[in-house]
Each structure stands twice: as C-alpha cells, then as structure tokens.
Write a protein that binds this ligand. Structure first.
Ligand SMILES: NC(=O)C1=CN([C@@H]2O[C@H](COP(=O)(O)OP(=O)(O)OC[C@H]3O[C@@H](n4cnc5c(N)ncnc54)[C@H](O)[C@@H]3O)[C@@H](O)[C@H]2O)C=CC1
Ligand SMILES: O=C([O-])CC(=O)C(=O)O
Length: 260
C-alpha cells in the first residue's frame, strides 16, 4: 500500500505519526515542497498529478479547499481519497467534480467517520423509513474562533450563557462552517440527507469538550447519541477522535476481517 497525505496540521500530523511509516508522500502547496521535504525526509509534491505511480490512497486532512483542489485529480487517476472534509460535499459543484472524477478514474471517495459516531446505525436505519434526524454541535467558545459564530457572539469575552449561533440545515451548516460542521454533513449523508437534517451549533462556556449529539426517529426505532470529544492540543476546533478515525480507517484497509 502506497499512501500520500494532504494537510500537515493537527489532524494530518497525528495521522502521519500513528500510521507506522505507511505514509510516504506529502501533497502540499507548491511553495512548501522543498521545506517539507527537508523537514520530514518524505517525498513531497505540489500537485496530485505528481503523486508517485503506485500511490493507491490519498488521505485528505486539509479542509474543503484542499479536497476540492486535489481530490478530483487523484480520483481521476484511480487513487482512492479518504477525507475528513466531508462538508465539502454540501457544495454541489465540488460534489459533482468529485463524483465525475471518481466515475472516470475508478478511485473511491471514502468518508472518515471523523469526530462523531453512530453513522453505522443511521446508515442501517435509512434502509427503513427514517423520519427525522437532528444534530447539535456544542463547543467551548474557543472552538468556534474563526467561524461565522464570531458575527453572532463576541468570543473574546467570557460568555455568561450558552448561545446557539446557527440553526438550519446540514447543507447550510457545512457551507458556512467549513472547519466545524463536517460532522453535521457526515450525519446527514449517513441519514436523511443534507437538506433534511436539522442542525444547531452552540458556543457553551460550560462545555467540557466538543460535544456532538444526534437524535433520530424512524421505522427502526429511536436513537440518541452523544459524544464529548477532547479537542486537539494544536487546534481545539478539531476533536482528537477525527484524527483517530482516519488512523483506524488506514489500519483497517489492509485487514482481512473488518467492519463493512
Ligand atoms: N470530519 C470531521 O469530523 C472533522 C473534519 N475536520 C476538517 O479537517 C480539517 C483539518 O483540520 P485540522 O488538521 O485540525 O486543521 P489545521 O488548520 O490544523 O490543518 C490544516 C492543514 O491543511 C493545510 N491546507 C489547507 N488548505 C490546503 C490546500 N488548499 N492545499 C494544501 N494544504 C492545505 C494547512 O496548511 C494545514 O497544514 C478542518 O479544516 C475541517 O474541515 C476537522 C475536524 C473534524
Ligand atoms: O472536530 C470536531 O469536533 C468537529 C468539527 O470540527 C467538524 O465537524 O468539522
């Protein structure tokens, strides 16, 4: 297995450090190629066109722009792309370009479960009639820095109470909060879709971590799922579980017994 990675931030670095040397190539911005090559000793390239022959997996840990920029080229070359930037699929142009490239080249776009769980239950539940799915994301104020929450609430001052700075569909959430609402998109894609999944995003001074809650009702019964994840030290916006889920997907890729 020859694996490349895009993104050398909090998630990307964790993934590289925990996949036992399986990642041999870094796809980065062209201006960073030489510097990163010296820093890491790995092959570094500035375009998906230049990924070495034989690369069969590109792991995207960069965000929506990176996936939109490099995903289609990799997929068109027949390279599978495992991504945490699930919310990018809320943009119809990006979704179309990824889908067409995958159909043309044979690569598959693999969605990491990321910072959330219960996607397996939703995927099963949607086979029967799934009536409603809601997702609530709750983070400490610092977890919303750099997002549109700042237009609704002053995150630099202590918050006296929890503030819901977004309510709407998963598609709107994913488009407006590219760094915070990938889980909303994952819940939607596993369940009743981006336009029918109801989302609330909350800045909460009492939040003990990044809390994600799903409720769902359908022919299967009822589901309530809550997880309180620890933010990554390098980036409190991103939960450690998101990075762990990518490592798990890489490890399971070569396992003979694995979850389907
Ligand atoms: N699915 C999920 O549960 C989660 C998904 N995410 C997504 O993962 C992304 C990355 O998270 P972190 O590692 O915490 O962020 P980060 O900001 O620490 O790292 C992002 C890295 O990607 C690189 N990058 C960004 N755009 C690029 C481009 N166009 N070309 C090449 N490199 C590019 C940056 O230089 C940086 O190295 C977030 O922006 C978010 O979209 C984050 C948390 C959970
Ligand atoms: O890491 C998290 O807690 C969730 C997140 O940022 C996202 O969904 O983009």
């Amino acid at each position: 297995m020859s694996i490349a990675i895009l993104g050398t931030g909090a998630i990307g670095n964790y993934v590289r450090a925990n996949t036992g040397g399986k990642i041999t190539t870094i796809l980065t911005r062209p201006e960073r190629v030489s510097e990163l090559q010296v820093e890491t000793g790995l092959t570094c390239v500035g375009s998906a066109k230049d990924l070495p022959e034989g690369t069969n997996l590109l792991i995207d840990c960069s965000g929506h722009v990176g996936l939109a920029e490099h995903g289609p080229t990799a997929l068109a070359r027949g390279i599978d792309v495992l991504t945490v930037s699930v919310g990018a699929l809320a943009d119809e142009d990006i979704a179309k370009s990824l889908t067409e490239a995958a159909a043309k080249g044979g690569g598959a776009l693999l969605l990491a479960s990321g910072a959330i769980g219960a996607l397996d239950a939703l995927r099963g539940a949607r086979v029967g009639e799934l009536q409603s799915v809601t997702y609530t994301g709750r983070k400490p104020p610092a977890g919303w820095r750099g997002s549109p929450a700042e237009e609704v609430v002053d995150l630099s001052k202590p918050l006296g109470t929890a503030v819901a700075h977004f309510t709407g569909s998963a598609r709107q959430a994913a488009l407006q909060y590219p760094k915070n609402a990938n889980v909303a998109a994952a819940v939607a894609l596993a369940g009743i879709g981006l336009d029918d999944t109801t989302v609330a995003l909350i800045a909460d001074p009492d939040a003990k971590g990044n809390t994600h809650e799903i409720t769902a009702q359908g022919a299967f019964g009822e589901l309530t799922f809550t997880i309180t994840g620890k933010g990554m030290p390098e980036n409190p916006r991103s939960s450690a579980l998101a990075a762990m889920s990518v490592v798990a997907a890489v490890r399971e890729r070569s396992a003979t017994i694995r979850f389907a």
